[in-house]
Design a protein around this ligand. Structure first.
Ligand code: SD4
Length: 311
C-alpha cells in the first residue's frame, strides 16, 4: 500500500529537506511548494555541496543546475547558473514567468537578478578552495561518484568533505504526492566537481534528472549524469510505472538499461533513481551499494532507506 501525502528525496540530506516539504504537505499544501521548499534547505546548507559551497568546475567557478516540474506538466530549469543561492526557485520562476523551459549561464543569472534574487559572492567555500587546489596539482578528471563503500567519499579530491560522511553529495532530487493526489518534483545540484566549464548534467534536464506525470507518478535521479541523460532516465522510470511496474521495479529496470548499454562503465560508476506513484508507493534502485534515500509520510515518519543495488 501507499501513503498520501508522501515525500521522498535522495541521500541522507534528504531527511532535513523532507522535513521542510512535510510542513507544507501536512497542511494540505501543494506538492510543488513542498518540493521547492524542501530542496531549498539543502541548497542553503553549509554541510552539503549542493549549493554555492560546492566544488567548482575546472576553471574555478561553482555552477549550479536545477529543475522543477508540477502536476500539470509545467516545468522550468536553469543550467550552469552562478552566484545564486537558490537555483530551484529561479527554475520555478522560469516555469511561471517566461515562455521558456530552460535558461542557462549568463542569461539565467540575468533573469534571476531581474527577479530580485541576490547576487552572492564569487568566493569558493574553504572546503572547495582546498579541494580545488588539491585537484589543480594533477588536473585529472576521474570522477568517483557517490560510492561510499569505496572509502573515497565524495569525489577523489574532496578530502575535507570526508569528515561529513554521507551528508556529502552534490545533488538532491525530491518527488512528492500531496493530499489532493497531485505529484511534483525538484532536482538541484552543483553538478560534478571539476567538470569542464559549460558542462550540464542530467539534473536540469526534464526527463533525465527529473520527470513528473500526474497520471502516473514522478522520478528523480542522482549519480553520473551523463549515463542518466543517455537513457532519458527518469522519463523511462515514469513510463515503466505507467506500464504497471512498481516504483522500485521501474527504477531497477532503468538501472538495468544503463548496465546493458555499457557494463564496464556501469561497474565503475554510480547512478540511483527514486520514484513514487499515484498511490503513494515509493522505491529506489541504484548501480552500486551506498545510495540511500529519505522517505517521509508523517511528522515522526522520516527515515533513510538503503536502495537495492545492481552490483
Ligand atoms: C550530475 N547527477 O551533475 C549530477 C551529480 C550527482 O550526487 O547526482 N551527484 O551529473
Amino acid at each position: 500500500g501507499g501513503f498520501k501525502p508522501i515525500v521522498i528525496s535522495t541521500w541522507a540530506e534528504g531527511i532535513n529537506a523532507n522535513k521542510a516539504a512535510w510542513d507544507i504537505l501536512k497542511n494540505k499544501g501543494r506538492s510543488l511548494d513542498a518540493v521547492e521548499a524542501g530542496v531549498m534547505v539543502t541548497e542553503a546548507s553549509q554541510n552539503c555541496c549542493v549549493g554555492l559551497g560546492a566544488n567548482p568546475d575546472r576553471d574555478g567557478f561553482v555552477t549550479l543546475d536545477a529543475c522543477i516540474m508540477d502536476e500539470h506538466g509545467n516545468c522550468g530549469s536553469v543550467g550552469a547558473i552562478e552566484r545564486i543561492k537558490h537555483p530551484i526557485s529561479v527554475a520555478r520562476r522560469v516555469m511561471e514567468k517566461t515562455p521558456h523551459v530552460m535558461l542557462v549561464g549568463e542569461g539565467a543569472q540575468k533573469f534571476a537578478l531581474a527577479e530580485g534574487f541576490p547576487l552572492e559572492p564569487q568566493k569558493l567555500s574553504d572546503d572547495a578552495e582546498r579541494s580545488y587546489k588539491e585537484w589543480l596539482k594533477k588536473s585529472e578528471y576521474k570522477p568517483v561518484i557517490n560510492i561510499e563503500n569505496s572509502g573515497q567519499g565524495h569525489g577523489p579530491f574532496a578530502p575535507s568533505h570526508l569528515d561529513n560522511g554521507d551528508l556529502n553529495h552534490d545533488t538532491i532530487g525530491m518527488v512528492a504526492l500531496d493530499a489532493m493526489g497531485n505529484v511534483s518534483g525538484s532536482c538541484t545540484t552543483s553538478g560534478m566537481g571539476f567538470k569542464m566549464r559549460g558542462r550540464l548534467g542530467d539534473s536540469p534536464i526534464i526527463g533525465a534528472g527529473l520527470f513528473v506525470d500526474n497520471e502516473v507518478g514522478a522520478a528523480t535521479a542522482t549519480g553520473l549524469g551523463e549515463e542518466v541523460i543517455k537513457i532519458c532516465g527518469t522519463h523511462l522510470v515514469v513510463e515503466l510505472m505507467r506500464q504497471g511496474y512498481k516504483p522500485e521495479d521501474a527504477c531497477k529496470k532503468a538501472v538495468e538499461r544503463i548496465v546493458k548499454k555499457d557494463y564496464a562503465k556501469a561497474k565503475e560508476n554510480q547512478v540511483g533513481f527514486i520514484a513514487i506513484n499515484k498511490k503513494g508507493e515509493y522505491g529506489g534502485f541504484c548501480l552500486q551499494k551506498g545510495f540511500n534515500f529519505a522517505v517521509c509520510y508523517g511528522d515522526t515518519t522520516n527515515f533513510l532507506v538503503d536502495a537495492k543495488h545492481y552490483f
